[in-house]
Design a protein around this ligand. Structure first.
Ligand SMILES: [Cu+2]
Length: 579
């Protein structure tokens, strides 16, 4: 792939204030502004034999140059465009001086091809080439990324688009991949070190007792309560806009990635959240979106104005811009510490406005797993047992060992949710009160009936646990490095898994090699997903048919939570082989 500037880019850079594009030759052609949709000849790789190379590349954003880990020399990497029913051989060469890997996120494949070092294969040593070889059994929007160290946080990701073998149930005239990411000039290991020293290091919007936020819907009593618990209701995200540049297809708001359309067209946006640590709110002011797929799987079309996309999730939406003007695509970090604007326009050179950042969200009692307890009306908190509710909540739970008997209580578990709720029908954090439609998981209904109609034969609880102040993250109180036992499933067994979030942050939980049905109440048409975002204090149930033989990773997709230990191996074995 050539990285040299073409004439069009130079002209464009010269006509733009600052000319930032002319200085950032790191986008693959597909991700360049103004590409008329996905161009298979340019920045997109396809066919049966595909060569990918992992290496170092300088990356420029916001007038500064940093150090990226890339695939084929670009950030994002090339789009891999495949067709359902084909076989693909991907020869991945590691040109780094450290081990690497590529995981194909959301693809159903033999587990040895899944690309997780230490689980599916040994990883790719420096200078080596690993040949991934598997049949393509599905269609839709997916992505790929490194599963080694923290390389993904340094730019090692790209989109996968798989065309269906038969006719596509979604009609569209044009499509754009919109890959969201967060980029920091601070090395991810440094970010992690700072968070370990001080959990709230990147939260620059901290609340204090005296620092009242004007116009926000929180009583003095509530503020006092958070303070007494030594918690902060502004702790929505670990890593924030104070260090991150938010990106659409490698472009920040200034570079203004632009996707073209002709008024009246149905434009399919394939939106992928490839961030390391950022959940986004997505909207196109003035343009309703019809959601047609989630995590690559078709859903019954549902119209909305905004949705929250957890890390590693994908959504396909159709928009129909009717006017010949610029429309903004706005992805706002859910803690509202920053955002990125891209533009949909009938021609290059148009720039959609950047809306003001909306009021920062505050956590509520629900986010602490305290159910519907309403604190806003109470004049004071005299009736409440502050010690029990505070940083000692774990101790409170120990008096009631039946609630979560499998959770290993210790310094790594600061709190347990006393009343975790099914929040799949609720608007996610920060979108509770916006005055337009907001997508919830309950709005997602799979297009095809769920294939396995058996009732689950058993049910398991998995707690998402943490001590945020010490930056310890785990499942059931045990971090992966504690040599945790795998979570065993028998082949083709049908199991209900309850994810219970005992922390005050959302966790996008990802299971490799499978789609599970998120239990939303739309029985028979539960949405199939590979990643589900579990809201703070919330509970999400999914039904799994364990049809992928082998060993699979199961983890939080917040890169630093995974790295800190929110990770397990899931095994799927024939009964006679034992667990
Ligand atoms: Cu997490």
């Amino acid at each position: 792939m050539t990285l040299s500037l073409n004439r069009r880019q130079i002209l464009r850079g010269a006509t733009m204030a600052g000319g930032s594009l002319a200085l950032s030759p790191l986008f693959p052609a597909w991700a360049e502004s103004g590409t008329a949709g996905l161009n298979p000849a340019n920045g997109t790789v396809s066919g049966t034999n595909i060569a990918l190379s992992i290496g170092h590349t300088p990356f420029r954003v916001g007038g500064k140059t940093g150090h990226a880990v890339t695939v084929n020399g670009t950030l994002p990497g090339p789009i891999i465009r495949l067709k359902e029913g084909q076989n693909v051989r991907l020869a991945v060469t590691n040109a780094l001086k450290e081990d690497s890997s590529i995981h194909w996120h959301g693809l159903l494949l033999p587990f040895q091809m899944d690309g997780v070092p230490g689980v599916s294969f040994p990883g790719i040593k420096p200078g080596q080439t690993f040949l991934y070889d598997f049949p393509v059994r599905q269609s839709g929007t997916y992505w790929y990324h490194s599963h080694s160290g923290l390389q993904e946080a340094m730019g090692m990701y790209g989109a996968i688009v798989i065309d269906p073998a038969g006719p596509d149930p979604v009609a569209y005239d044009r499509e754009h991949v919109i890959l969201l990411a967060d980029w920091s000039f601070m090395h991810p290991h440094t970010i992690l070190r700072k968070l370990k020293a001080q959990g709230g290091y990147f939260n620059m919007q901290k609340q204090t007792l005296s620092g009242l936020i004007k116009g926000q819907d929180q009583s003095a009593a509530e503020r006092r309560m958070w303070a007494e618990m030594r918690m902060d209701p502004t702790d929505i995200s670990d890593v924030t806009g104070s260090t991150y540049h938010y990106l659409v297809n490698g472009h920040d708001s200034g570079a203004n990635w632009t996707g073209l359309f002709t008024p009246g067209e149905r434009v399919r946006l394939r939106i992928i959240n490839a961030s390391a640590m950022t959940n986004f709110n997505v909207r196109l002011p003035g343009l309703p979106m019809t959601v047609v797929a989630a995590d690559g799987q078709n859903v019954q079309p549902v119209e909305t104005d905004e949705f929250q996309i957890g890390i590693a999730e994908t959504y396909d939406v159709i928009v129909e811009p009717k006017e010949g003007r610029a429309y903004g695509f706005i992805a706002e970090a859910i803690d509202r510490s920053g955002q990125v604007r891209a533009t949909l326009a009938p021609q290059m050179g148009l720039i959609a406005p950047i809306p003001a950042l909306r009021e920062r969200p505050l956590l509520t009692m629900k986010d602490m797993g305290m159910g519907e307890m309403d604190m806003s009306g109470s004049a004071d908190m005299a009736g409440m047992d502050h010690a029990a509710m505070g940083h000692d909540m774990g101790a409170m739970k120990m008096r009631d060992p039946d609630v979560a008997p499998q959770v290993k209580l210790g310094p790594g578990v600061a709190t347990l949710s006393p009343m975790p709720m099914d929040r799949t029908g609720e608007r996610p954090t920060g979108l509770e009160k916006v005055d337009h439609r907001v997508l919830t998981y309950k709005d997602l209904k799979s297009l095809a009936p769920n294939p396995d109609t058996r009732k689950p034969s058993r049910e398991i609880d998995i707690h998402l646990t943490a001590n945020m102040e010490r930056y310890m993250w785990s499942f059931d109180g045990e971090k992966f490095s504690d040599r945790t036992e795998p979570i065993p499933f028998r082949h083709m067994e049908r199991v209900r898994v309850n994810l219970i979030n005992d922390t005050m942050m959302p966790h996008p939980i990802h299971l490799h090699g499978h789609f599970f049905e998120v239990v939303t109440g739309n029985s028979g048409h539960h949405p199939l997903k590979h990643t589900v975002n579990v809201l703070p204090g919330g509970k999400v149930s999914f039904d799994l048919t364990a049809d992928g033989l082998g060993d699979w990773a199961f983890h939080c997709h917040m890169m630093l939570h995974m790295h800190a230990g929110m990770f397990r191996v899931v095994t799927v074995r024939h009964e006679e082989a034992g667990a």
